[in-house]
Ligand binder design. Sequence first.
Ligand code: AMP
Length: 284
Amino acid sequence: MIVVSKIDELKNQIYDWKKQGKTIGFCPTMGSLHQGHMDLVQTSKSKTDKTIVSIFINPTQFNDPKDFEKYPVNTENDLLLCEKNGADMVFLPDVKTMYPETKTPIQISIPKLQEHLCGRTRPGHFEGVLQIVTKLFHLTEPSKAFFGLKDYQQFRVISAMVENLNFPLEVVGVPTRRETDGLAMSSRNVRLSPKERETASLIPRMFALAKKTILSGEKDIKLWKEILRDFLLTGSSLRIDYLEVVDPIDLQPKDKLEGQVLLAVAVFVGEVRLIDNQTIEIPS
Ligand code: AMP
């Protein structure tokens, strides 16, 4: 496995691979890797010739400086995992490499897709994501790029950018990898105390309840959300950042329970912000 931190080294290797006619799969990450990230790597390996993983904690996507400072770093283990899973190259740039001084900062956004969910409660987040992802796409020249559906809004926003701006690549969504109790794997989970980890298991249990109430005929969206909110909040110290029901394509709030809906939540457990979502088919 090749590990590079400079743009020239990255581009030279990509030039060689392209000359040999190899296709490139790209998995952008912020490190502290777990099996969820490795699912992206495995999917990329099954669909492309060479897999590149980037590890870069992107400062421009953190609206909360404390969250940025506390973001876990575990590079040694990350490289071991990437190697074990057969990644061909890891790109590990530093902040200066990705953001040399510039007097004319650029901003990309897709307002409609960013109006709700994390776009509403984390102002500037998706502008930062689209900025770094665009730069990394141009540097790695992938034919396919892999993103987790855990970050569903991110997946939609990036897919829409690629489509609207004619980026020459395909965005592939990878299902959420979960712990045995159903909690979505996240780099942030290591920051949970044992008590907080227990509280976090309310999230998958809330999704189970959501499906159960739909199957037993719940049709009132307001009532449904109230039941789910109550379930999360009763007797727990968890704080809800948002709990929303939106259309899975345009991410606009649904006012009726019909067709496919995306139930998405963001909660704070202690200081740790966790997100998760499920697409649910409402029986007619
Ligand atoms: P991050 O390092 O958190 O920025 O995530 C990097 C990529 O891995 C993103 O595309 C995430 O959606 C994806 N990812 C993170 N956690 C999971 C998970 N539990 N299952 C699948 N993909 C994930």
